[in-house]
Design a protein around this ligand. Structure first.
Ligand code: SAH
Length: 246
């Protein structure tokens, strides 16, 4: 997973403790690229204390003067906001955002931008983002502590990275065309067996195969699992007991 391409940007952070807590949250979730836009106080003992074992992340953090400098070289920038913003701006859930972020990080640098403790992001800053993400919560109290917001998004990014990285190599290596052919062959085999055992009446199939397709489509079996399923079908075909007497 290309986590080194995922940058966390904090804008004008007032409390150094929040910078430290952000560093800790990032290290916990395997992120390492932290950029600070004009923090009120940095470096600071309070930041180091809150970073706990993540001080090296604070040491390597870059301090810049503007959001433009912070996101230089990023081909996708997401802003975080506690409240609905500019009408029509695409707003994602943390999970959607993390999925896209991990995918886009495969093609180069991406950034996620966090606003000021009091005021969040300005409209000009939002304009520099291609999308927004809001952590859902109590509609009457939506504003999280900034480092808590970093923690939640960093966790989702880590999770999305694990899911992407954990897909078995044989699925990842298999083009979607050959994958759907494999699935088609499985469905043919399944249908044939269901007819043979008298579970599916070809004269009145109803929606059985469609429902089974939906079920297996949702499960998304990998190649090893598909081989097991086909093996079961073959084993059924090799047993005698289900055959109706002549
Ligand atoms: N009053 C400010 C809140 C700032 S909270 C506002 O209305 O925007 C400080 C920062 O924490 C925000 O700029 C954002 O980066 C992050 N944050 C807080 N709550 C969030 C939420 N529910 N969803 C996404 N980001 C959030």
């Amino acid at each position: 997973m290309t986590t080194s391409n995922i940058r966390v940007v904090l804008i004008n952070t007032t409390h150094p403790g929040n910078i430290g807590a952000t560093a800790r949250a990032m290290k916990n979730m395997c992120l390492s690229d932290l950029v600070l836009v004009s923090p009120a106080q940095f470096p600071s003992d309070e930041a180091s204390a809150r970073a706990s074992g993540a001080d090296e992340l604070l040491e390597s953090a870059r301090v810049v003067d503007s959001l433009d400098d912070a996101i230089a070289g990023c081909h996708w920038v997401v802003g975080t906001t506690a409240r609905p913003r500019t009408i029509g701006w695409p707003t994602m859930t943390p999970r959607e955002c993390a999925g896209q972020m991990v995918e886009k990080a495969g093609a180069g640098n991406v950034a996620i931008v966090f606003g000021r403790e009091r005021m969040g992001l300005t409209n000009d800053e939002v304009d520099k983002c291609q999308a927004l993400v809001t952590i859902p919560g109590n509609p009457e109290y939506m504003s999280l502590n900034v480092a808590s917001a970093v923690q939640i998004l960093a966790y989702e990014i880590h999770l999305a990275g694990l899911v992407a990285g954990e897909a078995p190599a044989d699925i990842r290596g298999l083009g979607s065309a050959s994958r759907s052919e494999e699935m088609e062959r499985y469905y043919e085999h399944l249908e044939q067996v269901l007819i043979q055992i008298g579970f599916l009446d070809p004269g009145n199939p109803r929606k059985l195969m469609r429902r089974l397709r939906r079920l297996f489509g949702r499960a998304g079996p990998d190649n090893v699992e598909l081989n097991i399923l086909r093996g079961i079908l073959t084993a059924i075909q090799q047993t005698e007991h289900w055959r109706k007497p002549e």
